[in-house]
Design a protein around this ligand. Structure first.
Ligand code: F6R
Length: 638
């Protein structure tokens, strides 16, 4: 996720900003930039890639490569400090960008400025109605440099400033025009004594120094200067001066709040207070899901969810005529494809084949030009997935990519791209990328069903409205995580863990077993529950935990029988279900209830307890879940 910083004080702002951005590197980024008021104008410097590229662009000095990390870091930091020799000014904002609208490039990097150069802004989040606002501004003659949603906000503030003749009023006005999630930092060259910032659904803190103040999206950015902070609240605006800070709500009414003292050390601060990135990212799922779905769900005049819109989509005709969907990916991304098989079949009545990319590419597969080919990849760089994509294109197929990384190779080579807006995933084990991939599959299936006439408007609307309730339900599960933690503490010494499920739940079983293997090194396998009696049941004994996933009421009896079979052979049984009655009474040792949900969409919920279970087993075994052995985050070799 993007990182925002801002400084107002009496030091040279440029090095303070770049050093602060360095402390936000852990959030992931693909480009960076700063804007500093130099006495007359706002000077903007930006560069694609690492922060040192930005520093090199400013100083003209290139850092020599030094393999020893510490030395290299010191070298980088001294270059950052030199930026103050070239960009002089004591007021500025800075940004590390994780691309969402427009590829990573110098032009798309923040800060973005109004055409007249009066306003510069940095932004973290997504302005959902930017396309509509941009079109209006273009009709009025505004010209845009970048493909970003942020530049629209910069131009809008400049326009409002011309009308209001007051920068604070102008910002307030624009906050009522833009929709979506945002943390904003704004500087105006006519007001060199202040920074304005605002937030809605994206984090923003204000660091309080002596004769200097800071804004940042996260605590690590300011820890070397101060531990006293204001946490800007939802829909609040602040105006920072060197010696004080004023805060308001979106109606312009003053807000008074108490400063907090941060006790975290740097390591804890980087993880937002969580001990590991994996658990932090598990907790980011409600937000990732909301960000991914909200811009894509179209509402009718009465506010009812009615359709799916993918701005990138160029393939409506292909979807109408397709005879089959072929899905290819690796690992966790492949499992989102297995959920999709059930989703497309059930929702859109489409035939689906799903295969792991490393198998697909050597299979001489039978492909038809009317097939739609979907590749899924968090990183967008996985070697096998890329080869599968190229094979499909050579065969004349249209390719849709679902990826989390804007500008990745997969996104560039596909005909159509759907981005998961999960934000950067740092832990090796994929969690929030997976659920947002599954969400994109549901959205695509609903879109396909509508286009092909296999899903009625009413049923589409029902599914979409239910999808909108999912993030809150994920949050509910996360709020009850103690039960899973406690259960893990009784199970982490088991020899074997088997996940079983039917239909959608068999897909979730695959992902659950992989997650557990990856981070706890426990032997775990997934079986379609009905397959147990065809062999695997021979392995069941009292050292076995069987996790049954049961989200489909019409199959409770069936999976209940499987549970009885394994319990009779000594296994401990956990069931993850939405049943609130007695369906599994006496059949399970532990019942974990998920919130009520249609079985079609329950895959977005049932996997959450399994992710938590894997995480807690990892901790209990003394393993660092963020760095499991033998695994890499991006597998760019075969
Ligand atoms: C599991 C995991 C891997 C990846 C796989 C594909 O937690 O992270 O199984 O899912 O290597 O990676 P992407 O999605 O980047 O293509």
């Amino acid at each position: 996720m993007c990182g925002i910083v801002g400084y107002i004080g009496n030091k040279n702002a440029a090095p303070v900003l770049i050093r602060a951005l360095k402390k936000l590197e852990y959030r992931g980024y693909d480009s960076a930039g700063i804007a500093v008021y130099t006495g007359e104008d706002i000077l903007v410097k930006k560069a694609k890639g690492a922060l040192k590229n930005l520093a090199e662009r400013i100083t003209g000095e290139i850092i020599p490569y030094k393999p020893a990390d510490k030395e290299f870091d010191a070298c980088e930091l001294s270059l950052f400090d030199k930026t103050g020799d070239f960009v002089k000014g004591t007021l500025g904002i800075g940004h590390t960008r994780w691309a969402t609208h427009g590829e990573p490039s110098d032009t798309n990097s923040h800060p973005h400025s109004s055409t007249d150069g009066t306003i510069s802004i940095v932004h973290n989040g997504i302005i959902e109605n930017y396309a509509e606002l941009k079109a209006k501004l273009q009709a009025e003659g505004y010209v845009f440099q970048s493909q970003t949603d942020t530049e629209v906000a910069a131009q809008l503030i400049a326009k409002a400033y011309k009308e209001e003749k007051d920068i604070f009023k102008a910002v307030l006005k624009v906050l009522h025009l833009i929709e979506g999630s945002y943390a904003l930092g704004v500087v105006c060259k006519d007001y060199p004594d202040r920074i304005i910032c605002a937030r809605k659904e994206s984090p923003l803190i204000i660091g309080l120094g002596k004769g200097e103040n800071f804004i940042a999206s996260d605590v690590p950015a300011i820890l070397e200067h101060t531990r006293d902070v204001y946490y800007l609240g939802e829909k609040e605006v602040a105006v920072l001066y060197t010696d004080h800070v004023d805060m308001f709500n979106f109606e312009g009414e003053k807000v008074i709040k108490e400063a907090k003292h941060v006790e975290w050390d740097m390591d804890a601060a980087e993880k937002g207070g969580y001990p590991h990135f994996m658990i932090k990212e598990i907790h980011e799922q409600p937000k990732g899901l909301t960000d991914t779905m909200r811009p894509r769900i179209v509402k009718d005049n009465s506010g009812k969810a009615s359709d799916v819109y993918f701005e990138e989509n160029k393939m409506d005709e292909a979807w109408k005529n397709a005879k089959r969907v072929v899905i290819t990916a690796c690992g966790t991304a492949y499992h989102s494809g297995v959920v999709a098989k059930y989703a497309f079949e059930k929702i859109a009545r489409m035939k689906v084949d799903v295969d792991v990319a490393s198998e697909f590419r050597y299979r001489n597969p039978i492909l038809d030009k009317d097939d739609i080919f979907i590749v899924v990849s968090q990183s967008g760089e996985t070697a096998d997935t890329l080869s599968a994509l190229r094979l499909a294109k050579q065969n004349g197929l249209k390719v849709v990519a679902i990826t989390n990384v804007v500008g990745s190779t997969v996104s560039r080579e596909a005909d159509d791209v759907i981005y998961t807006l999960a934000g950067p995933e740092i832990a090796v084990a994929s969690t929030k990328a997976y659920t947002t991939q599954v969400l994109c599959m549901y959205l695509l299936a609903i879109k396909a069903g509508k286009l092909r006439g296999t899903l009625s408007d009413e049923d589409a609307s029902k599914l979409l409205s239910e999808l909108e309730t999912i993030p809150a339900k994920v949050q509910e599960i996360l709020d009850g995580k103690d039960v899973i933690q406690k259960f893990a503490s009784t199970q982490f010494n088991k020899d074997k863990i088997f996940y079983i499920g039917r239909q959608f739940d068999s897909a979730t079983s695959l992902e659950s077993a992989l997650k557990l293997k990856e981070v706890s090194y426990m032997h775990s396998e997934a079986f379609a529950a009905g397959e147990l009696k065809h062999g695997p049941i021979a392995l069941i004994d009292d050292k076995t935990l069987v996790v049954a996933i049961a989200s489909e009421p019409s199959l409770y009896d069936k999976i209940g029988s499987n549970m009885v079979e394994v319990k009779a052979r000594g296994a401990t049984v956990l069931v993850i279900t939405q049943d609130s009655g007695d369906a599994f009474k006496g059949k399970a040792d532990e019942i974990f209830r998920i919130p009520e949900c249609s079985s079609t969409l329950a895959s977005l919920l049932t996997v959450i307890p399994a992710q938590l279970f894997a995480y807690y087993c990892s901790i209990l075994k003394g393993i660092d879940p963020d760095k499991p052995k033998n695994l890499a985050k991006s597998v760019t070799v075969e």
